[in-house]
Design a protein around this ligand. Structure first.
Ligand code: PLP
Length: 401
């Protein structure tokens, strides 16, 4: 940082866990079991989740990736069936698809919302397509009207990956209620956390009744029955995680309100800065700003994206040059089709001809080269955010052509 930076305060750090979590944990240590089926913390977590996300069937599990794997398994995705996913997302979106021998098909994203581009989703549909995975990136809701319309037309399932979108709302409704099945994460970096944890939920009875078994070795805890009829991993949550997650969910409203205010404040203050493409939010939607992603307009600056981010950091702005280093399909595991010890059985057996070396999503590739990620958190005051905005504007003016 240079002397006298514009942001001359330390990054505010919210206190994330406190009396509410302690109270749940204190109750928990009096229990005779920490098994999710026997304790009361998982029941509290479910009740709190349902209060905010009115979904008939929900299964708390060990991570967001676990939730997404359970969703793919509960759909009984067949080997070689395709799931359309955005090129910019977390690896956790696709792990479960691959373990179920499904095929992630990467689609391009919208240049301003960074979410699935419905027109490109349409182009990627084949007779093998089974589902569309709507990832609400950074907490900005996807175009669920367009995506659910495409799904209806082609008889596809919509899986919502809400891992980055706790508290986000599509047209006033919490995200996760528009598709067939919704997945959430409580990992340490999300809006709310219990260290690690997840939730998978649905209103569809045919999917919902199986969720618990698909995340618990296909044992049926309600009857005490074992004799599994399917192969399923152990993705159970435990009572300590559930205790913390339940307390965290109860605080979600306040956390999201503060982050939404912060995101809107930045957008308002940066609106007339030169050369910046700010995140676009659909009218009527609530972006919950897990982070704030902006783009540098090509040809407008006499500095590279990395130099721009360095200049921001020198002024005390908490930021990163970019988000992912590259689109997910360019990761070595995809480029080498190295999914199962160097093999990819569905391809070797002729159930897919997918070649990830041939995939191209030009908009996603551009975004990842020219985006800058600003840190947002619920402890940032308006005074602090005003300094951040002022620093970004001054850097943009100074480096503009
Ligand atoms: C964090 C994340 C996941 C995975 O969640 P984990 O709890 O880390 O397994 C999946 N999808 C997206 C979009 C994420 O951001």
């Amino acid at each position: 940082m240079k002397p006298n930076p514009i942001v001359d305060e330390l990054l505010p750090s919210p206190r994330r866990w406190g009396a509410e979590e302690l109270s749940r944990l204190t109750e928990m240590v009096g229990q005779s079991s920490l098994f999710y089926w026997q304790g009361t913390q998982t029941a509290h977590l479910l009740a709190e989740f349902r209060r905010q996300y009115p979904l008939a069937y929900a299964f708390p599990c060990s991570s967001g990736s676990a939730a997404l794997h359970i969703a793919a398994a509960a759909l009984r995705l067949q080997p070689g069936e395709e799931v359309i996913v955005p090129a910019i997302t977390d690896m956790g979106s696709v792990i479960g698809i691959l373990y179920q021998q499904g095929v992630p098909v990467f689609a391009d994203v919208d240049p301003r919302s960074f979410n699935l581009d419905p027109a490109d989703v349409r182009r990627r549909i084949t007779p093998r397509t089974r589902a569309i995975m709507a990832v609400h990136l950074a907490g900005n809701p996807c175009d669920m009207k367009a995506l659910t319309a495409i799904a209806r037309e082609h008889k596809l399932v919509v899986i919502e990956d809400c891992a980055q979108a706790w508290g986000a709302r599509w047209q006033g409704e919490p995200v996760g209620l528009q598709g067939e099945v919704a997945c959430y994460s409580f990992n340490d970096f999300k809006h709310i956390s219990c260290g690690d944890g997840g939730m998978v939920a649905t209103n569809a009875a045919d999917l919902g009744t199986g969720l618990a078994k698909w995340g618990d070795k296909y044992y049926d805890r309600s009857t005490g029955g074992r004799d599994p009829g399917e192969l399923a991993p152990n993705y159970r949550i435990s009572e300590p995680q559930a205790a913390v997650a339940a307390a965290q969910l109860a605080k979600l409203g306040g956390i999201v309100a503060a982050r939404e205010r912060a995101g809107k404040f930045l957008t308002a203050k940066l609106a007339d800065a030169p050369g910046l493409l700010l995140p676009q939010v659909r009218a009527g939607d609530t972006h919950s700003y897990w982070f704030y992603l902006l783009r540098l307009e090509p040809g407008r600056f006499r500095a590279s994206r990395d130099e721009f981010a360095e200049a921001l950091a020198a002024e005390g702005v908490a930021c990163a040059a970019g988000y992912l280093s590259r689109p997910v399909y360019q990761y070595p595991v995809f480029q080498n089709h190295n999914f199962f010890a160097g093999y990819w059985p569905v391809r070797e057996l002729g159930s897919t001809t997918m070649d990830y070396r041939q995939v191209s999503c030009p908009v996603a590739e551009d975004i990842l080269k020219d985006c800058v990620k600003l840190t947002v958190n619920e402890a940032m005051t308006e005074t602090y955010l005003a300094k951040v905005a002022s620093a970004v504007r001054q850097v943009a003016q100074r480096l503009a052509k």
